[in-house]
Design a protein around this ligand. Structure first.
Ligand SMILES: Nc1ncnc2c1ncn2[C@@H]1O[C@H](COP(=O)(O)OP(=O)(O)OP(=O)(O)O)[C@@H](O)[C@H]1O
Ligand SMILES: [Mg+2]
Length: 237
């Protein structure tokens, strides 16, 4: 299963209290691609990601990996998805190292030394090894985001879902996150799905961009295709 071709949303809908948020979306996320979902606040980007992650169930439609139900593929344990929350969602009472190794610690995966070494390798790749013993409250927003990415990477995911990874970050930290995503694209076989409302960030990382508006994907394509579309959402304020 790890060599899947694509995750497909097949006519997926989801709403809350009678209000439709995601409206019959059909969309494909190809293996190893960086696919960006671009949309304004409140358009349902997080809801879409959470459905792929299995945190919300679609009311209508199916989420497939190749032709198999994605939830079944995950439950059979041959596919690992990891979600990087909009808020980073680190545990404030644990230092960076313990935040990163928590899943491996709780499941006793590998020896303590192996877990710590793996965490340090990832922290070095992300340029924050010097913060291993710091607590989340002592870090900048950009560093916290990198810790959240490190925590996701330590479980060797096949699919990484980023929810607004540059929200509240300055341009320099935004560039750092873009570089990490591009490095992962070149050095790993992770499929990356990124939701954002940051157009320039989307242009800098995407193989493919889909624009979400009023519950629908209104256009989908390469960066050039999207730029040429002159869609109103792309206009500067
Ligand atoms: N658990 C929930 N219960 C009820 N309504 C919800 C729930 N989660 C999301 N919604 C609603 O779904 C809509 C889309 O929310 P969502 O969080 O997906 O937007 P978003 O595009 O991620 O916005 P932002 O860019 O601000 O993060 C909103 O109207 C929101 O109120
Ligand atoms: Mg959101």
């Amino acid at each position: 299963m790890k060599n899947f071709l694509a995750i497909k949303l097949d006519n997926v809908s989801k709403g809350f209290e009678g209000k439709t948020v995601i409206d019959q979306i059909t969309c494909e996320f190809k293996n190893k691609e960086v696919h960006v979902i671009l949309g304004k606040s409140g358009t349902g980007k997080s809801v879409l990601l959470k459905m792929i992650m299995g945190l919300f169930k679609p009311e209508l439609g199916r989420i497939l990996i190749d032709n198999k139900d994605l939830n079944i593929a995950v439950n059979e344990n041959d596919l690992i998805l990891s979600y990087i929350f909009q808020s980073s969602a680190l545990l404030n009472s644990l230092n960076v190292l313990d935040n990163i190794t928590i899943f491996l610690d709780e499941n006793r995966i590998g020896s303590k030394d192996e877990r710590v070494n793996k965490a340090y390798d990832i922290l070095s790749d992300l340029g924050i090894q010097d913060s291993a013993k710091s607590f989340p409250s002592e870090l900048s927003g950009g560093m916290r985001k990198r810790v959240a990415i490190a925590r996701s990477l330590i479980i060797s995911p096949d699919i990484l879902l980023y929810d607004e990874p540059t929200a509240e970050l300055d341009p320099i930290n935004t560039k750092v996150i873009a570089q990490i995503i591009k490095k992962l694209k070149n050095d790993s076989s992770i499929t990356q799905i990124v939701v954002t409302h940051d157009i320039n960030f989307a242009y800098s990382i995407a193989d493919k961009i889909s624009i979400l508006e009023n519950g629908k994907i209104i256009i989908s394509g390469s960066v050039d295709t999207i730029k040429e579309s002159n869609n109103a959402i792309l206009e500067p304020i």
